[in-house]
Design a binder for this molecule. Sequence first.
Ligand SMILES: NC(=O)c1ccc[n+]([C@@H]2O[C@H](COP(=O)([O-])OP(=O)(O)OC[C@H]3O[C@@H](n4cnc5c(N)ncnc54)[C@H](OP(=O)(O)O)[C@@H]3O)[C@@H](O)[C@H]2O)c1
Length: 402
Amino acid sequence: MSSSFFLRNGRSVFSIISGGRRVTILLSGVNFTSRHIIDLSYSTHFMDFKGSSIPSSMKKLVVTKLSQNFRDAVALQTVPVPTPGDEELLVRNRFVGINASDINYTAGRYDPMLKPPFDTGFEGIGEVVGLGLSASARCTIGDTVAYFSDGAFAEYTLIPVNKSVPVPAVKPEFLTLLVSGATAYIAIKRLGDLAAGQTVLVTAAAGGTGQFAVQLAKHAGCHVVGTCSSSEKAGFLKTIGCNRPVIYTSEDLGATLRKEYPRGMDMVYESVGGATFDLAVNCLANKGRLIVIGFISGYQMATGIPAIRAGTLPVKLLQKSASIRGFFLPHFLEDYKAAIRSLTHLLSEGKLVCEVDCGDMAPEGRFMGLESVFRAVDYMYAGKNIGKVVVEVNSPSLDSKL
Ligand SMILES: NC(=O)c1ccc[n+]([C@@H]2O[C@H](COP(=O)([O-])OP(=O)(O)OC[C@H]3O[C@@H](n4cnc5c(N)ncnc54)[C@H](OP(=O)(O)O)[C@@H]3O)[C@@H](O)[C@H]2O)c1
């Protein structure tokens, strides 16, 4: 026998499966037929049908073949809406975030043991529409939550309740904090060793995580140089406090740094890799720290790794007592909640800009619907985005807190 509670049109219904037959007990006067989705679970859980707004099936993106080419790797499928387990939430995704590493994940570079088919997408924000009994101790139907957890590229996603971050509203600004903001915050705090008056270089500065590195370094009292590929991006960087945007497509980055910053950079937040990494190593000041955040210039290659001048690294580091430090967000989860708290606080005080790019200026317009994730990945890899690339998966629900 299994049982479930759910709310429908504001009425409570208690449904029991017994001996293969459903008995629906009406708690407030009108009879409703319960839905099949409930029957699939052996655990007790709560579902919000909001007048049957949870469909029986949904769209999601599934990696069907390992490839760094997102379009080759991923298929749009129609599947049943899943039922939450005891400690899970069923979230109706309103917005999901695009990350440079989405193509590393589809190429199987994160977990070589993971074989297709598997779900994809790292982060989402939306409304809780179903939850397991244990999860109900911490959340309820209608709560707005954000999360950093696998499987976000779907209309509905199951997440462990302990990975949910309560948010006051389903706004894409909160989504920017989950991976991009948290990465910059924790990497700079743990590995940056920043002090006021120091000079910092941020590469891919106008992007999802770069924008936070720029602002957090400014908050630490540093002078910030940021690289970007267009004058629009340079304009944006100025608005968030970047002292010296360098448009590397029209300016020689190495020559500019040598001329304007002969003492070098005390810290580099480096996301591009390859030739940009080499240049960043060359511009380190004595005791400078270079944080390896990523190497996007290689992600579309078969190896995923752009070439660098590795042979000369030891001598360059020794000559400057400089260091290179790697950072990978999942290794710093003990710092995650505090980082989100601090970032949310800065945002609420108006001290943090969370720039969101939903593709309004993209050739085919705003990224709406799950199918536009493909376009959004292409857009990022064309270097077009200013701020965090975000896809609007579902329209607002009728009583959402938007
Ligand atoms: N270590 C971690 O835990 C962690 C977490 C999050 C992100 N990251 C890393 O942070 C970096 C940025 O990721 P994101 O998701 O925030 O992306 P993003 O910065 O929003 O977008 C990527 C940007 O990279 C720049 N870029 C430079 N060279 C490029 C190239 N060859 N191909 C494509 N883009 C290039 C482009 O800006 P311009 O055109 O202005 O140069 C582009 O807009 C990536 O390396 C990513 O792996 C690491």
